[in-house]
Design a protein around this ligand. Sequence first.
Ligand code: AMP
Ligand code: ZN
Length: 474
Amino acid sequence: MKIYNTLSGKKEEFEPIEPGKVKIYVCGPTVYNLIHIGNARPMVVFDTVRRYFIYKGYDVTYVSNFTDIDDKIIKRAIEEGIPADEVAVKYIKECEKDMEGLGIGNDMLHPLATQVIPEMIEMIQTLIDKGYAYESGGTVYYRVRKFKFYGKLSKKNIDDLEAGHRDIKVAGEEHKEDPLDFVLWKPKKEGEPAWDSPWSQGRPGWHIECSVMAKKYLGDEIDIHAGGEDLIFPHHENEIAQSEAANGTAFAKYWMHNGFLRIVNKEGEFEKMSKSLGNFLTVRDISEQYSLEVLRFFMLGAHYRNPINFSDDLMEAAKNGLERIKTCGLNLSEMIEKAHDKGETGAGKELLDEAAKYTAAFEEAMDDDFNTADAVAAVFDYVKFINTNVTEELSSDVLRDLYDRLKSLTEVLGLELSSGGEELLDDEIEALIKERNEARAEKNFARADEIRDMLLEKGIVLEDKRDGVRWKRR
Ligand code: AMP
Ligand code: ZN
């Protein structure tokens, strides 16, 4: 199994630190807004990596944080007139809803930065004690030049970085020994949330939280550290500097980075989707039009290291492709119900032998740095094979075997094969809409939203019109 390691710039054979176990840390979102579909890409991609390790029989521990204290959260809190922690709690809940829709597994740990303040203070103190950090005016900085390997991940030369920094004087950072140094702890400004520390009442810098959470939940050395490619510098470079200096060991063995999700701009060029450019679509926006499984499937159609360009056409193609796979699963399960129970026939045996080739192709693609684009192609080939070869003559054992194979592959991709019978009837939908209207009349908006979300999950979209509520199946 090969993984492209940003650290070495090469595909390497995967060898876990501890046989049979994989420890993965993925940088999660800052929770001050609904996540956009670019933020969803690392979630989907690395959840698929996690699923494939499980499929291969590994015991996986997967940690992905929520950054719940940060300038943007504080700004948002001021705008909304609520405390910063309320902003964070609100958007964590929203993010969790999106993750559920995207099929992100729930057997992961999602620690919060504010839950590890004592551990962050401890690591910062260790860095000070070892001479890798210093306090000045209540702020603690990391002494970048002291860490000999700074730049090893991003392949940046420290002197070039210094030259780039020389003219930039950032307000409030005049106490730095060196413009390259970065913040580990900073004093609070008036009205900001703050914690006691040996240096000032204040809060941690962004980079330290990931070093600390990885250590706390996974240990000093981890197998895989991942995130979007914009995090390579400075975030991941700084994490390495902090963790390796504090722990005295190598930090992550493999560094994986996903490419950007891009969207077309007015000039007709594709550019990175980001909050700051204002060119984003939230996962919630998409869920009004599509099942989020379609979004997931769209993302898996590209190799994770390549950019992926969002478009309505590609989403439609993903929707149709997904439907083809699901219909195949549904047909097979219906045939299993009706099939006879006699043992395998000769023809069935041959079919099963041939079916195994598609699993081999799927695994070959995934073993090659998680090439989901080729893995999806293998699933399509398998679906075509089933559609052309399956007949009602086959025994239920053979049919079940074919079905289970499809299911095991789609499970790695995080897609569900429905067994049918889950659709809501029109009457049931009408009854739920009535209940929602009543809830709204009683100002029970939580219940009203709950019903709307539940219907959305089942593919029913509500439209509030002046003359009442209309619904349609997605
Ligand atoms: P942020 O909340 O901006 O720190 O982003 C959370 C995660 O989403 C990080 O791993 C980012 O690298 C990733 N990310 C942000 N924008 C994009 C994008 N347009 N395409 C792919 N990944 C992204
Ligand atoms: Zn991080």
